[in-house]
Design a binder for this molecule. Sequence first.
Ligand code: DC
Length: 212
Amino acid sequence: MIIAIDGPAASGKGTLGKRLAAHYHFRHLDTGVIYRAVAKALLDAGADPADEERAIAAALELDPEKFGHPLLKTRPIGEAASVVSTFPKVREALLTFQRQFASEPPGAVLDGRDIGTVICPHADVKIFVEADPVVRARRRTLEARARGEEADEAVVLADILKRDERDRNRPVAPLKAAADAHVLDNSHLDIEAGLKAAIAIVEAARLRPDRA
Ligand code: DC
């Protein structure tokens, strides 16, 4: 079974993906870290994330061993990831890895921006997670502070809005809900309630007659 989760920055899709995968004993891939790892490789080399040729080269040389690096979650890398992810050839270079991950048993949960639309258009379940930008900014600020980083909520909100705008309006694989996605608004749900709502969506999909 493949569960595709998409949504904007800081919508809670990563936490939900991780928890849902643990619930079903599936594997989990936060695809944002892949774009973040490409962005980090560029920044580490002193390159501009808007340098398309270098971004493509970094994507082709990507080492999945580095996906756990703690700095990947920081704000500047998220912003740079949003820039490198606009290049079609960067996306193309990362496609096979994601599809391969999705296809391996016993099942997988992938979260990102284009999982239900491009990476796994035939996923068994698609969930599009939304949350009010102000709520997302609040959560992301608290997360950053918990990691010991300084974070100004107004700056985080401006950053989230800018990233939403870029991710939604890029010509290739823009952030959008697939036509057959279930929209889950978690603005007023805590982690447990969001997980419960997602499990209900998955269970309903498992009972669909076309899956029998
Ligand atoms: O989910 P995140 O904040 O870690 O993602 C960082 C950036 O990577 C995001 O702004 C856009 C890009 N991204 C993407 O284009 N497609 C995905 N499937 C996941 C992330």
